[in-house]
Write a protein that binds this ligand. Structure first.
Ligand code: GBH
Length: 461
C-alpha cells in the first residue's frame, strides 16, 4: 500500500510544451539557437509545441478531469528574464502566476522546477555555465522566482538532470548548446552548476514569502542486481555510485558526483582521485555552498542495467537477451530499476524521495474508433509502479511519483518523433485526446495505487 498522503502527479517542462508568440517578450535560450542550427530531427522546432501558453486553462481542466492532483512543471528563465539577468518580463510573471492560480483552482498542487535545460542565450554568449558568474546569475533568477511565486507555490526544484544538460549539452554535444568541450572544462561547468544549485537554494529560502520545500532532480541509469543474492546486490550498489563506470568522454552518467556534494557535502573520494587531472580548484566554502539543507530528493528514473558479482569477485555487467523489451525510442524496459533506485538512494542520502520523472515513449496512433489505445504504456507503468510499491512497503520513504508526461510534446533533439504523453496531441489541430493510459492512471490516482497488479512474489532469479 502507498501511504495516504502519497503524491501522484505528472511532469513537464516549459520549452517542450509552451510555444511562443510575437508578443510574449521572452528572451532566447540555447535551444532556440540549436533549433536554428537545424539540429533537430526533421527540422522540427518548438515555436508552437503544444501551444500550452495559450491553452493552459483547457489543459488544467483536462488534468483535473483526469484526476491528477500534482503537477511538476518548469519556468523558463529567459522568458522571465529575457537577458538572463536584469529586467523582469512582467508578461511572463503574469502568465506563470495565472497558470499557478489556475491549476490550484483545479485542485492541482504546483511543483516548480527552476531550470529544465533552457539556458538564456544572452548569458551563454557571456560564457554560459563555464563562467563562474553563472552561480550568481542563477542565484539572482532564484530570487526573482521567490519574490514572484513563493506566495502561491510551496514546492521548488532547482535543476533538472544536470547530467544531461552538462553531458549531452557540453561533452557529447547532442543537446543544446551542442558543444564538445574537453573534460576539464566540463568538470568546471559541473562545479559551477552545483554551486549555482546551492546559491539558488539560499536565495529561495531568503526571499520566500512562506516556508517552502526545496529539492533537486538529477538522473542516471540504475545499476540493479541480476539476482537478489547479497553479493549481486552489493555489486549493483557499488556500480550505481561508482565513478569509473564510464569512459571520460561519457563521465557525466554518474550518480555520486552529482548527488554526494549536494546531499553529503563532499565529492566522492574515488572520483576525486580518478578525475584529479581534470578538476578545478574546489574549496571548503564551495562545498558548504553546494551542501544546502534540502527538504526532499528528486530522481528521474527511466531504466537500469543488470550487474552481478563476477567470478573474480568484481562487479560485472550482464548482457540483455536479444529480445529484451524496449520502448519506441529504444530504451530498455526495466521495472526493477524503480525499486532498486529508490532503495539505494534512500540508503545513501536518507531524504524522502520523489520520482520526479518516469515514463515511456510508444508508437501511439489514433485508432479507427478515434481513441488512442496504448496497452504498452499501461503495462510499463503497472510494472514500474508495482516495483515502486515494493520499495514503499519495505520502508523506503517515497513521497510521490510524477509521470513523464501529461501531453505529447517537443522531445528535444528528437522533435515530435517520440510520444511520452498520457494525452495524445494532434499537432496540426492541437486537439488533445486522452489515451487509454490516462484513464488507467486516473484510477491509480483515485485508488492510491489500488488498481496495480502488485505481486509480492517478484520474479527472483
Ligand atoms: C528526460 O530525460 C527529460 O528530463 C525530459 O525533458 C525528456 O522529455 C524525457 O526524459 C524523455 O526523453 O546512465 O548511461 O544509463 C531523461 C533522459 C535519463 C537519458 C538518463 C539518459 C542515463 C543514461 N536520460 N539516461 S546511462
Amino acid at each position: 500500500m502507498f501511504p495516504e498522503n502519497f503524491v501522484w502527479g505528472v511532469a513537464s517542462s516549459a520549452y517542450q510544451i509552451e510555444g511562443t508568440d510575437a508578443e510574449d517578450a521572452r528572451g532566447e535560450n540555447v535551444w532556440d539557437a540549436f533549433v536554428r542550427e537545424g539540429r533537430i530531427y526533421g527540422g522540427h522546432n518548438a515555436d508552437t509545441a503544444c501551444d500550452h501558453m495559450h491553452r493552459y486553462k483547457e489543459d488544467f481542466a483536462l488534468m483535473q478531469e483526469l484526476g491528477i492532483t500534482s503537477y511538476r512543471f518548469s519556468l523558463s528563465w529567459s522568458r522571465i528574464l529575457p537577458d538572463g539577468v536584469g529586467a523582469v518580463n512582467g508578461k511572463a510573471v503574469a502568465m506563470y502566476r495565472d497558470m499557478i492560480l489556475e491549476m490550484k483552482k483545479r485542485g492541482i498542487t504546483p511543483y516548480v522546477t527552476l531550470f529544465h535545460w533552457e539556458f538564456p542565450l544572452k548569458l551563454y554568449e557571456k560564457g554560459g555555465w563555464l563562467n563562474e558568474e553563472s552561480v550568481e546569475w542563477f542565484g539572482n533568477y532564484a530570487r526573482v522566482i521567490a519574490e514572484n511565486f513563493s506566495d502561491i507555490a510551496e514546492y521548488f526544484i532547482t535543476l533538472n538532470e544536470p547530467q544531461c544538460f552538462i553531458g549531452l549539452g557540453h561533452l557529447s554535444g547532442g543537446h543544446a548548446p551542442g558543444v564538445k568541450l574537453e573534460p576539464a572544462k566540463v568538470f568546471q561547468i559541473t562545479h559551477n552548476v552545483l554551486k549555482a544549485h546551492g546559491r539558488a537554494v539560499q536565495m529561495l529560502r531568503q526571499y520566500a514569502k512562506q516556508p517552502i520545500k526545496i529539492g533537486y532532480a538529477p538522473t542516471c541509469g540504475v545499476a540493479y542486481p541480476y539476482t537478489e543474492r547479497p553479493e549481486d546486490i552489493e555489486a549493483a550498489r557499488s556500480v550505481y555510485f561508482a565513478c569509473d563506470r564510464q569512459p571520460i568522454e561519457n563521465w557525466t552518467w554518474n550518480v555520486a558526483w552529482f548527488s554526494d556534494p549536494v546531499f553529503l557535502g563532499r565529492y566522492p573520494e574515488e572520483g576525486l582521485k580518478l578525475f584529479a587531472p581534470y578538476l578545478p580548484e574546489i574549496t571548503k566554502e564551495d562545498m558548504e555552498l553546494i551542501h544546502q539543507p534540502l527538504d526532499f530528493m528528486g530522481q528521474n528514473i527511466y531504466n537500469g542495467y543488470w550487474i552481478r558479482q563476477g567470478a573474480d569477485g568484481k562487479p560485472e555487467y550482464v548482457d540483455r537477451p536479444a529480445d529484451f523489451p524496449m520502448t519506441a525510442c529504444g530504451w530498455p524496459i526495466t521495472p526493477e530499476c524503480l525499486y532498486w533506485g529508490v532503495r539505494f538512494l534512500y540508503e545513501r542520502y536518507h531524504l524522502p524521495i520523489y520520482i520526479t520523472e518516469n515514463g515511456i515513449s510508444c508508437a501511439d496512433t489514433v485508432a479507427q474508433d478515434g481513441a488512442v489505445h496504448d496497452p504498452g504504456r499501461i503495462e510499463f507503468l503497472d510494472k514500474y509502479l508495482s516495483c515502486l510499491q515494493r520499495a514503499v512497503e519495505e520502508g523506503v520513504e517515497v513521497a510521490g511519483y510524477f509521470l513523464w508526461t501529461f501531453l505529447d510534446n517537443f522531445e528535444w533533439e528528437k522533435g515530435y518523433k517520440e510520444r511520452f504523453g498520457l494525452v495524445y496531441v494532434d499537432y496540426p489541430t492541437q486537439k488533445r485526446i486522452p489515451k487509454d493510459s490516462a484513464y488507467w492512471y486516473r484510477e491509480v490516482c483515485r485508488t492510491n495505487g489500488g488498481n496495480l497488479t502488485y505481486r509480492k512474489d517478484f520474479p527472483k532469479r
